[in-house]
Design a protein around this ligand. Structure first.
Ligand SMILES: [Fe+2]
Length: 250
């Protein structure tokens, strides 16, 4: 299987991910070793903290591509952002400050860990009206969603898609996140699995063991999560969320 990783902080010197190009390369090699063939670099965009303009990211991205080509690393790399939700999100896309994944209709959005801001629904609606589709980054780590997965169910029913971190199903963020992640998989509330890798050291990945866990819990979804759906992002094709079930409190 040619695996895709749609969420990574491999772009150097732009956020709390890779610090330098050497570290970027190390991370790409680590992903390649785990069987990943295609990655999307998704630098944070957090107003006032990591607010690099997409054009600046693009310069560094082009350097990174030149280097991976020079080293003949077998990895296709694309660019996007992971944007912390803000009421200005539609304008930020429009003005080119942030970018959807590979400039497709799909935009990777992060919610705060301890809050679901009151403007979230409105922002998601405005994005949809603008022709974009939201992908929620690792919602299994959001305190409100952990407590009530039906919040996530409602977002999905309104058109949002879900990216889960591969390390959530390995217990890297604790038992509550692990349990929420498994329930999400069981209820088909996950559409992509990503690494969210920040450095070669942090969040050490054992991709093959995470895949084995996926194969145990949702064997029929593994291809869809790691290959079919992510491929559709790259070529900007529609993604069908599929059937999901409403579940009780965790
Ligand atoms: Fe991230």
């Amino acid at each position: 299987m040619k695996m895709y990783d749609i969420h990574s902080h491999i772009l150097y010197g732009v956020d709390d991910g890779a610090a330098c190009i050497e570290e970027s390369i190390e991370m790409v090699l680590q992903a390649a070793k785990g069987g990943i063939k295609t990655m999307i670099a998704t630098p944070h965009y957090i107003e006032g903290l990591h607010s690099n303009n997409y054009k600046d990211n693009l310069d560094k991205f082009n350097n990174l591509i030149r280097e991976t080509d020079r080293l003949r690393i077998d990895m296709k790399i694309y660019l996007g952002n992971e944007v912390l939700i803000t009421p200005e999100l539609p304008e930020l896309i429009k003005s080119g400050v942030v970018a959807p994944l590979n400039n497709s209709r799909y935009i990777l959005i992060e919610l705060p860990f301890f809050d679901i801001p009151s403007y979230t629904e409105k922002v998601l609606f405005n994005l949809e009206m603008g022709g974009y589709r939201a992908i929620l980054a690792h919602p299994e780590r959001n305190e409100h969603i952990i407590n009530d997965l039906n919040i996530l169910y409602d977002f999905i029913r309104r058109g949002a898609l879900v990216q889960m971190n591969i390390s959530s199903i390995k217990g890297a963020y604790g038992k509550r996140v692990y349990k929420a992640a498994l329930k999400m998989l069981k209820c088909r509330m996950v559409h992509f699995v990503g690494t969210d890798m920040h450095s070669p050291e942090k969040r050490q990945l054992d991709i093959s063991s995470a895949i084995k866990t996926l194969e145990i819990h949702c064997p029929d979804q593994v291809n869809k999560l790691l290959q079919d759906n992510p491929r559709r992002i790259i070529i900007n094709e529609p993604i069908i969320a599929g059937e999901l079930c409403r579940i009780g409190r965790t």
